[in-house]
Design a protein around this ligand. Sequence first.
Ligand SMILES: NC(=O)c1ccc[n+]([C@@H]2O[C@H](COP(=O)([O-])OP(=O)(O)OC[C@H]3O[C@@H](n4cnc5c(N)ncnc54)[C@H](O)[C@@H]3O)[C@@H](O)[C@H]2O)c1
Ligand SMILES: [Zn+2]
Length: 357
Amino acid sequence: MKRILVRLKERSYPILIGRNLVASVGSFLKPLKLGPKILIVTNEAVSNLFLASVLSSLKRAGFELAAPYLLEHGDERDKSEKTLLRLWEHMARAKLERTSTLLALGGGVVGDVAGFAASTYMRGISLVLVPTTLLAQVDASIGGKTGIDLPSAKNLVGTFYQPRMVISDVGTLQKIPTRELRNGFAEIIKYGMIRDAALFRLLEREKNWFEPDFLETVIARSAAVKAEIIERDERETKGERIILNYGHTFAHAFEAASQYRLPHGEAVALGMVSAARLARKKKLLRASDEERQNRLIEKAGLPTERARYRLGHHGILQHMMLDKKKREGKPRFVLPSAVGCVKVVENVSLAELKEIL
Ligand SMILES: NC(=O)c1ccc[n+]([C@@H]2O[C@H](COP(=O)([O-])OP(=O)(O)OC[C@H]3O[C@@H](n4cnc5c(N)ncnc54)[C@H](O)[C@@H]3O)[C@@H](O)[C@H]2O)c1
Ligand SMILES: [Zn+2]
């Protein structure tokens, strides 16, 4: 098992990464000296796979278990104000107190909603995350962002709220569809590009990315990269966290232009391809490094060519301009200068963007 500490003074917390952790959740939580009562938030699909095991482990560790709460849809629709209201009411009926704990068992959707509920119920109760998708293990469960969607935009309402512990069981990934795993790998490649050239080389060398030991290694390295950035800019006020957005300015525009049919990881892959192309145009990046990135994206089974998605250029540019307006006319692009290294660049013209796209 690997253990990464996110150092945020009194809000510090460990991320545990390994196999068969779900069956021992109770013993990992014991040293945290949480209050006696725990309520699990999950959804039906995830509960069928892991709920019994988590419940019995918590029981063995002496916790008092409230009735679990199952989110209704099992997808992005659960990140709504309706879900939140029902969840808060469930928590009240279960008589959760200030000392109680909410445990999120599932993907990023479960973590985001449960995190928001935990951060607001009685002005904040303890939160434990047990992420069960690759994306949630390398990204969503680290950094303290919680939130729900509004009809006008995703993740528009939320809080910064750090969990007490994150428990990432690599074994839970066995039944995840390959396409979902690939989407998680888009973020892992991102971490390699922005900060960790050794992680990038590991991905280049390894043949079987889905092998559990390898997964454990790359999840831990990814978590460490994100944790280190969060430590320096917990609330996105110091301009450090922006590098986590590598490929994402383009990706968000591609997702919007596809009416959100394009999966996030595929959009990020295409976004990194565009960002690297822009970096090359600006003579920041060598051709050989751009090729290395794109080869790795292809190796992950992720797209490097946008053509087959038929996303209109007009819609993409419009979205990027809208994004620019939101940030007072100063679009900032995170561009690679080498594998493992990025720069924040502001002088990108509309003409350059058009050329890239
Ligand atoms: N808070 C953050 O910093 C942050 C960062 C990135 C993404 N996110 C959010 O995360 C969400 C996406 O998360 P996601 O990709 O984990 O998707 P998800 O939570 O929707 O899960 C995807 C599907 O996989 C199922 N599932 C979960 N675990 C499984 C398992 N072990 N085996 C089989 N099926 C399983 C779920 O029931 C669901 O149907 C988005 O809402 C996004 O906004 C948040
Ligand atoms: Zn992302």
